[in-house]
Each structure stands twice: as structure tokens, then as C-alpha cells.
Design a protein around this ligand. Structure first.
Ligand SMILES: [Zn+2]
Length: 118
């Protein structure tokens, strides 16, 4: 880092971006693509939550701790999700989403048992 003060460094980066918009946009595009690929790599071809098949292009990048709840756009907080899970999860905290999944599973088990018993 050329500046010891992080604020000075950030200001210099901002100035550089303003004068090199195309390069900055290209850089951001490549960074987003790499991040997306890294997220996909956590569970290649499968939704992290329900296991349904997804591709890199159909994958939704899920913030495990939602942005609305202070979650950040960092690889450790990002997981590959299918559209249905991502829509359903929205701003739910991860624990609530997992509980909702478990409740559905229990309901399914109960209805299966009812079928077997009757
Ligand atoms: Zn899913």
C-alpha cells in the first residue's frame, strides 16, 4: 500500500477509478465473476440449502447472513442457492430459514406416515 493512512489510500483509489472508468469497470466485472465462481465452487452444481441442481448461470448468490442484518459481501458469507431458496429466504436470518426447512421436512414425514398407516 503506497499510503500508510487507509483513508488516503481509499481516496487515491477513488481518484484512479474516476480517471480510469473503463479499466475500473472491467476490474470490478472480473472480480464479480471470480467471486461468483468461488461461491459456485462451495457446492458445485447443487443448491447449498435444498440440493437441487443448479448451473453457474442459474445460481443465485445467497448472503447467508442477509445484508439487511449486517451480512457482508464476502466469500465466507456467500453460498450458492437455487432461485426458489433464495426467494424464500429473503431477509430471514439463517437459523430461521433452516428451521423452516426442518419444519417442512417434519410435515412431509408426518404425511408419509399417515399414508403408510391408513
Ligand atoms: Zn434450493
Amino acid at each position: 500500500m503506497p499510503y500508510k493512512d487507509p483513508k488516503q489510500h481509499a481516496a487515491a483509489v477513488k481518484r484512479w477509478k474516476q480517471h480510469n472508468r473503463d479499466a475500473a469497470n472491467e476490474h470490478a466485472k472480473v472480480a464479480r465473476k471470480r467471486l461468483r465462481e468461488a461461491v459456485y465452487g462451495k457446492s458445485p452444481g447443487r443448491c447449498w440449502y435444498c440440493g437441487v441442481k443448479i448451473t453457474l448461470s442459474t445460481m443465485h448468490v445467497d448472503h447467508h447472513t442477509p445484508v439487511a442484518r449486517g451480512g457482508r459481501t464476502l466469500l465466507k458469507n456467500l453460498f450458492p442457492a437455487c432461485a426458489a431458496c433464495n426467494r424464500r429466504k429473503r431477509d430471514m436470518p439463517p437459523e430461521a430459514f433452516e428451521q423452516a426447512f426442518y419444519d417442512d421436512y417434519q410435515k412431509l414425514r408426518e404425511s408419509e406416515q399417515r399414508c403408510h398407516n391408513s
